[in-house]
Design a protein around this ligand. Structure first.
Ligand SMILES: N[C@@H](CCC(=O)N[C@@H](CS)C(=O)NCC(=O)O)C(=O)O
Length: 107
């Protein structure tokens, strides 16, 4: 493997926001169950067998909703915090989880 590959993650590609297979990430999902976009993310978590996601329900728990608003200025769900950084958009979240799982399996 070249020095470039060792520094930047292989195959000459600079990887910035890609999930790292070697690390576990702290994952916290803000959601509520009747939200169809949340259900898309929950189904992906289930299908992928990802177990280490802390769930915060913004419908059942007003303090979770406040936390989300205070941290991001928004109350939109789903929102996945990855090591403290919020990611909105269910399709982006599903794509990230998929890549995380593939990395975790490969690593
Ligand atoms: N395009 C977004 C849509 C998210 C969305 O519209 N979520 C609704 C619940 S179904 C929501 O949180 N609405 C309340 C708000 O934006 O404060 C996604 O795919 O995640």
């Amino acid at each position: 493997m070249s020095l470039f590959d060792r520094m930047f993650g292989g195959q000459g590609t600079v990887r910035t926001n890609a999930p790292s297979p070697a690390e576990r990430h702290a994952l916290v999902l803000y959601k509520y169950d009747s939200c169809p976009f949340c259900r898309r993310v929950l189904a992906a978590i289930d299908r992928l067998g990802i177990e280490d996601v802390e769930m915060r329900d913004t419908m059942m728990d007003p303090s979770a909703r406040r936390e989300l608003r205070d941290a991001t200025g928004r109350t939109t769900v789903p929102c996945l915090f990855i090591d403290g950084q919020p990611m909105f958009e269910s399709l982006d979240i599903v794509a990230w989880l998929q890549a995380y799982k593939e990395g975790a399996l490969a690593g």
